[in-house]
Design a protein around this ligand. Structure first.
Ligand code: M6R
Length: 445
């Protein structure tokens, strides 16, 4: 059932290229950049005239909603508010018939999210669902459902459902932008093309033929070279990204390909000084060796990367029982800097899209935040874009991910955070798939 993997979580992390591909497939045209959503009771006029989108969700799905806000506001210029579903109905929310409620839920059975949907409907709003289970309770009252085609998720910690939710939100944001006329045909085509490259990039990042893949000897014996770097000069890198393997599949087709795995060329992290090939999983295993005894972790990000910091912290606390907090990088000086000392690992998401000035500005500000942490002897693990040598001069450890447009980077940057949490939990002897006190589906409020 685990297909030879040690845990469902690891299997599901490795299924992400396929989950992203299947959530995109049939919904976008690589010829025109147009998005085609499944039939729903919401008309294009409803979308055009919408006053706002209200997202309600819990846990990891709430983090997807926070990232979705950036996608929708940026592409469709439509205001978005994001609520914890468990809080929504306790604040007498303002909703109107022109507002669209968007419920995000893997299971479609989360009681709090169903209650938020009921509140939205009672206030006269129409609701849409992003859900991974066809026919689940949430979909029965929604005016439309965007199904994430991640497949069954067994591990309590959400992994592939999360990246599939981010993908569905990106597709929805593009659709809204096209209907509302806030995006050019050229930009649409560019973004759809970039979206279609993601499965290949993820496959190469994960190195599907990796030590995690059952039956593979690749990397098992490879020595890990992620040693502590006194000179703060840890350089690891990836081979160029795999090419899109959606091409030819995404011409607005409805059939699914038979094979379930995405095969990209193996994609290794490389220590440039030693040329040792180092898969991402081995890097995260090495980080786990170095940091699994820490009592606390901090995860930092700015803009759309902040929800990913929250998600990295949730993954770690959920399965390893280490206290972890996600924080907006710019908020550190308003309090949390007081926590920093030489025993605190700080995971900083410091990625950038060099073609996007706002992304570059954010990156530069994040570098300053990193310097504030290192100046106080905090131990920084950076998630950065392949080829960024500036960052590796500043921090103790760097994990590189492939380049992508700003709004798609979260789908790549969460992967090392999932693997880091996984390997730390394994080292601590935790029950990775069934953490204490938690259920996969929370059907009570
Ligand atoms: O099924 P849902 O997406 O509605 O579940 C919401 C949360 O319970 C869920 O995301 C939870 O936070 C995960 N276990 C996190 O990994």
């Amino acid at each position: 059932e685990k297909a030879g993997y040690k845990h469902f979580m690891l299997k599901e992390i490795n299924e992400q290229p396929r989950a992203i591909r299947d959530t995109t497939l049939g919904r976008v045209s690589l010829d025109t950049g147009k998005v085609f959503l499944e039939a729903m009771q919401l008309t294009d006029d409803d979308l055009r005239n919408a006053s706002q989108i209200t997202i309600a969700a819990c846990g990891t799905s709430w983090h997807a909603g926070l990232a979705g806000k950036f996608m929708i506001e940026r592409l469709a210029r439509l205001p978005v508010e994001v609520d914890y579903a468990s809080e929504y109905r306790y604040r007498d929310p303002i909703a109107d018939p022109r507002a669209i409620g968007l419920l995000i839920t893997q299971s479609g059975e989360t009681a709090d999210t169903l209650a938020a949907q009921a509140e939205l409907i009672a206030k006269g709003s129409k609701t849409l669902a992003i859900c991974n289970v066809v026919g689940a309770a949430i979909t029965r009252k929604a005016q439309g459902t965007l199904t994430t085609n991640a497949g069954p998720e067994i591990g309590v910690a959400s992994t592939k459902a999360f990246t599939a939710q981010l993908t569905a939100l990106f597709v929805l944001a593009l659709h809204l932008a096209q209907v509302r006329g806030t995006i050019s045909d050229e930009e649409s085509l560019h973004l759809v093309t970039e979206l279609s490259k993601l499965p290949g990039k993820l496959a190469s990042l994960l190195n599907i033929n990796s030590p995690d893949a059952p039956g593979s000897s690749e990397g098992v014996a490879a020595p890990t070279r992620l040693s502590q770097n006194a000179g703060h000069n840890k350089n690891v890198s990836f081979r160029p990204e795999a090419q899109s393997d959606l091409s030819g599949l995404t011409q607005n087709v409805s059939s699914r390909p038979e094979r379930s795995g995405v095969e990209g060329p193996p994609h290794f992290a490389t220590d440039r000084r030693s040329t040792t090939r180092q898969p991402l999983s081995a890097q995260c295993e090495e980080l786990a060796r170095l940091f699994h005894t820490s009592d606390d972790f901090l995860f930092l990000g700015r803009g759309i990367h902040y929800p990913i910091a929250l998600e990295g912290a949730l993954k770690l606390k959920e399965i390893s029982y280490i206290h972890a907090e996600g924080y907006p990088a710019g908020e550190m000086k308003h309090g949390p800097n007081a926590l920093i000392d030489e025993s605190l690992p700080v995971v900083c998401i410091a990625t950038k899209d060099p073609n996007d000035p706002s992304s570059v500005l954010k990156y530069e500000k994040t570098l300053s935040n990193i310097q504030e942490v290192t100046a106080r002897s905090g131990r920084v693990i950076a998630i950065a874009i392949e080829g960024d040598t500036e960052i590796s001069q500043l921090v103790e450890q760097t994990i590189y991910i492939p380049q992508a447009p700003e709004l798609l980077l979260p789908i790549l940057e969460v992967v090392p955070l999932q693997l880091l949490a996984y390997h730390i939990a394994v080292r601590r002897g935790c029950d990775v798939d069934q953490p204490r006190n938690l259920a996969k589906s929370v059907t009570v409020e």
